[in-house]
Ligand binder design. Structure first.
Ligand SMILES: [Zn+2]
Length: 125
């Protein structure tokens, strides 16, 4: 399931699973519903838009983000995004090309940025 999720991201699609019994959506996809244990979930594609519901600045970075150029002198914002479909996911906020004064805020509208490698990136709308 997780492998196909990553594969779909490469294909510019965000695909999770949906439980038709209790109408819960999962991203990353799960093989079984965590609410009602239904094991007959279907695929659902997410639009990739949402709003920031939480954020923090990260200056002590994991090695994958260090390789991407982030660190104490170039921290990044990691956020919890509530997707339009009502599912929360963690993601990096990409502010490259935006005014340096821009900072995330609760309720900021964001959109997924496809084509990123190790993390999921969103940018302001
Ligand atoms: Zn369910």
């Amino acid at each position: 399931m997780i492998v196909s999720y990553k594969n779909e991201l490469v294909n510019n699609r965000i695909v999770g699973t949906f439980c038709s019994k209790c109408e819960t959506k999962f991203l990353p996809p799960r093989p079984m519903c965590a609410i009602c244990n239904n094991d007959n979930l279907s695929s659902i594609e997410f639009k990739g838009t949402g709003v920031i519901v939480g954020f923090t600045k990260v200056a002590v970075v994991p090695s994958s983000m260090s390789k991407a150029g982030f660190g104490a002198d170039n921290p990044y914002w990691t956020c919890i995004i509530c997707l339009e479909e009502g599912v929360n996911i963690p993601a990096v906020l990409d502010l490259d090309g935006y005014n340096k004064a821009i900072k995330p805020f609760i309720g900021m509208s964001v959109k997924i940025e496809f084509g990123c490698k190790s993390e999921i990136y969103f940018k302001p709308l």
